[in-house]
Design a protein around this ligand. Structure first.
Ligand SMILES: [Zn+2]
Length: 187
């Protein structure tokens, strides 16, 4: 599913064409030369992008997979990266887009709303700040958030925080938009 189909106005003063470059690869090398290249460029800025998309696709896939592996972007900026990924959806190649657990880096299902999730195994290793295992459940009614408990207390001993830890990393638990519990790396 494609999210964040925001209408984006291209920057008026950019008239870069992919065909002005020696090759699609050299175009891609040029626009991704900065770490946060996606803050500067969106696909809508390039008139002839659609005609070069087949050639561009593997480069986009490699680059955004790498961003998701290293997680060196802010959640608030992720929609810009998604604009590039959505081109891959257009080609029905979305299976090639990868997402990784923000703790152990195992591959998990791509979820565009939440690029910094942890995997099921890591969910079992969440602790309080003093090292006791904790777990989270949905509050009784949808829309009322989630509640933490110390593990193996039969949901009796409450853990009244949404932050939790694995080693020195901090994670945040919240209710998923459609229910369930989302655990993400804290920014
Ligand atoms: Zn994991």
């Amino acid at each position: 599913m494609k999210f964040f189909q925001r209408l984006v106005k291209p920057k008026e003063n950019i008239e870069t064409k992919i065909s002005d470059f020696e090759s699609v690869a050299s175009f891609w090398k040029f626009i991704t030369q900065k770490d946060k290249w996606y803050l500067e460029y969106l696909p809508q800025q390039f008139d002839d992008l659609k005609s070069k998309l087949q050639e561009l696709a593997p480069l986009i896939i490699e680059t955004t997979n790498d961003l998701r592996y290293n997680l060196n972007f802010k959640n608030d900026d992720y929609w810009r990266i998604i604009q590039w990924d959505n081109l891959i959806f257009d080609l029905k190649l979305e299976d090639k887009l990868k997402q990784y657990c923000s703790n152990c880096k195992n591959e998990i299902r791509l979820l565009q709303r939440h690029p910094k999730l942890i995997c099921k195994d890591c969910k079992n290793n969440l602790t309080s700040s003093d090292g006791r295992k904790v777990e989270f459940f949905n509050s009784e009614a949808l829309g009322y958030g989630c509640q933490g408990y110390y593990s193996e207390t039969n949901q009796i001993e409450r853990y009244d925080y949404d932050e939790c830890y694995i080693d020195s990393k901090i994670f945040v638990a919240k209710e998923g938009r459609f229910g369930g519990i989302i655990i993400e790396l804290k920014e």
